[in-house]
Design a protein around this ligand. Structure first.
Ligand SMILES: [Zn+2]
Length: 437
């Protein structure tokens, strides 16, 4: 159990940055097309079959107009899957806000199970294999002993100098890593907001880095929500910042009293089972004119423009993805006005201010944008189909012929010797693909 939780923790705590992937611009397909066979349930998982939400409208803006743009998530690339339904999310492009969302998505106990079993389920960790987990970054349930151990390590402080002679095993290097990695967000917030002892909530804080810096610089009164108990413990121990865990991605709640001037949220819009409710909860806890800062949100450019496989990028927790204009619309449709947004390390970040009312006249996506993105998604989906490893290709048998035909026609694929299919990314970029297991 611990092993599973540790693995899940490692996965969750990854910053979700695009990993270096090998160049896949070589032979990836072979003719003739694969024979359709049902996806096998090769993993006796015990994954609850329910609930799976079937959405008939956009979970971000409520619009019912949408175009289907993708069938599979990353599970389709893994040999072991918990059950057939786990691979099929039927992603749709909302015609109004432009967010792409999974119309079939796990919720409740099923979502929790996937979180707890993430790495094991997707085949990154074999059954019975052990991966080393660090006590500071994993979801170890704390015992009196590990609690004491963390307290002892944390007592060395955050900035432990290399010349001090203190071994890395005697302190928590991850604390400084977290401070430095998150300083970019502190710089943005401090430059764009006037902060005078603001009340701040940090959602999905790793080790309290943003809260600690805001406390140091602006005397902020911070609270933090973490995924795991050891993070909660460390944040309280090191910074004296109240922290609570875990985070409910389905029915999100804020277990602190009162209103906030600023709510900082990491990678939550992408993962939220009910993003509208998530944003409504956040909004209800912001003071008039308060701000929401979101970061590490995942954007579609990764697979539409940068050549990553769409299937590989859309992991089973990526329930929403978008582009910048869609993020602006999505926030406005939920009562926030974008103040500033940019891309950082391949991910979206944005600062938005709470509007007094939720507007009904927010700008909808244009026909031009819709048409362009539908075309891009078609292309990306086809290329992802053609890049499915040969051993798993039967799973995309029903899409294979169409994908190959279109890709040959539009020049993103060609048949080379021995009947292999070579694919190249749109816009002449370097194709990056391949599942990373
Ligand atoms: Zn929408």
């Amino acid at each position: 159990m611990l092993r599973r939780l540790r693995s899940a923790a490692r996965e969750l705590l990854r910053p979700d940055s695009p990993k270096p992937q090998r160049d896949h611009a070589t032979s990836v397909g072979m003719l003739p097309p694969p024979v359709p066979v049902p996806i096998e349930e090769v993993f006796e998982s015990g994954c609850p079959r329910d609930p799976i939400l079937k959405l008939d409208g956009c979970p971000v803006c409520g619009s019912t107009e949408a175009t289907r743009v993708g069938r599979y998530n990353k599970f389709v690339l893994y040999e072991r899957i918990p059950d057939t339904a786990a691979t099929i999310y039927n992603y749709a492009l909302c015609h109004d806000c432009g967010v792409v969302y999974a119309t079939a998505r796990p919720a409740g106990g099923r979502y929790d199970w996937l979180l707890e079993h993430f790495e094991e389920t997707i085949g990154r960790t074999g059954l019975g294999d052990q991966r080393a987990g660090k006590v500071t970054l994993s979801s170890y349930a704390l015992t009196d002993e590990t609690r004491d151990q963390l307290r002892r390590l944390a007592s060395r402080g955050i900035f432990v100098s290399d010349h001090s002679g203190v071994s890395r095993k005697e302190y928590v290097p991850a604390l400084m890593v977290d401070r430095l990695a998150n300083s970019v967000h502190v710089e943005i917030l401090g430059s764009l907001l006037t902060m005078n002892r603001p009340r701040v909530l940090e959602i999905r804080s790793r080790l309290g880095g943003i809260s600690a810096a805001l406390k140091r610089l602006y005397d902020a009164d911070c609270q933090a929500l973490t995924l795991f108990e050891n993070q909660q413990h460390l944040i309280q121990e090191v910074y004296g910042i109240p922290a609570k865990c875990p985070i409910d991605f389905d029915h999100f709640e804020i277990p602190f009293e009162g209103q906030f001037d600023l709510i900082v949220s990491k990678h939550m819009v992408t993962h939220a089972v009910r993003p509208r409710e998530f944003l409504a909860t956040v909004r209800s806890r912001l003071r008039p004119g308060g701000h929401l800062y979101i970061y590490s949100e995942f954007v579609e450019a990764e697979f539409l423009e940068q050549g990553h496989s769409m299937f590989n990028t859309l992991n089973p927790f990526h329930l929403q993805t978008f582009n910048t204009p869609s993020a602006v619309r999505a926030l406005e449709a939920n009562g926030f006005k974008m103040v500033f947004c940019t891309m950082h390390d391949g991910h979206f970040l944005g600062l938005a201010q709470k509007l007094e009312d939720i507007p009904s006249d927010w700008q909808r996506m244009t026909h031009e944008e819709r048409g362009r993105r539908r075309g891009q998604y078609r292309l990306a989906f086809d290329l992802a189909v053609l890049q499915v490893p040969e051993s798993l290709r039967s799973r995309v048998a029903q899409e294979w012929d169409g994908a190959l035909e279109r890709s040959l026609e539009n020049g993103t694929a060609e048949i080379v010797k021995k009947g292999h299919v070579k694919v190249r990314p749109p816009k002449g970029g370097k194709l990056k693909s391949s599942p990373d297991h």
